[in-house]
Write a protein that binds this ligand. Structure first.
Ligand code: SF4
Length: 198
């Protein structure tokens, strides 16, 4: 992970950035900085690997549909003061890429919370936007589909990767490229120099 390039390009785009060597250091930072907040989570393997529900649950109120399934939890997460998610692809040139099936993660990351925090492992970084979108489709989405065990071509024939299917079970319904933080929102990127999530 070349943090100096990431910092330069993302901060030029008005994102705040912080670097951590390990997920434990990043989790400790969040524990120290977030107290008394309502915190919503998007579906994030990285947040799960960091055990953020335990780390942040002591001093904050947590809304995460992976802990309490259902749309009610997704709505509460979107109405929280802080929203935490990861990214499917991150362009070194300063853009974030995410793909959603339900859309709760994308919508909450754009409007509602006063602060949005992205957890970014070194496996998410791509040299430019084209490669970041490609990574999101071919790596993140296919792995997510496999995790759900759904009936899509990418699960049935993983060697073919994403074929931009029309399956009713398709989980890739919306693609978001975030070029700058939306107006009125603080967006912080935690770059963590480990392989995390999909
Ligand atoms: S579009 Fe279809 S084939 Fe491609 S990753 Fe999504 S579910 Fe799989």
């Amino acid at each position: 992970m070349n943090y100096q390039i990431l910092k330069k390009n993302f901060e030029a785009h008005r994102f705040h950035t912080v670097y951590f060597k390990t997920k434990e250091e990043a989790a400790g930072y969040l524990k120290d900085t977030l107290t008394g907040e309502a915190i919503g989570f998007g579906g994030s393997m990285t947040a799960k690997e960091m055990k953020l529900d335990e780390v942040l649950g002591e001093k904050n109120e947590i809304f995460w549909h992976w802990l309490t399934p259902g749309d009610e939890t997704r709505k509460k997460a979107a109405a929280a003061s802080v929203y935490i998610l990861s990214a499917n692809g991150v362009a070194e040139t300063g853009e974030l890429v995410n793909i959603d099936g339900t859309g709760n993660r994308l919508s909450a990351s754009l409007y509602g919370p006063k602060k949005v925090i992205y957890l970014i492992g070194n496996n998410k970084i791509a040299p430019d936007l084209t490669e970041a979108v490609k990574r999101a489709r071919q790596v993140a989405c296919t792995k997510n589909a496999a995790r759900f065990g759904i009936k899509t071509p990418c699960v049935a024939n993983p060697d073919n990767g994403c074929v931009d299917c029309n399956s009713p079970a398709r989980i890739c319904n919306a693609l978001l490229i975030l070029e700058r933080p939306c107006n009125g929102m603080e967006v912080e990127l935690l770059f963590i120099d480990e392989e995390l999530g999909f």
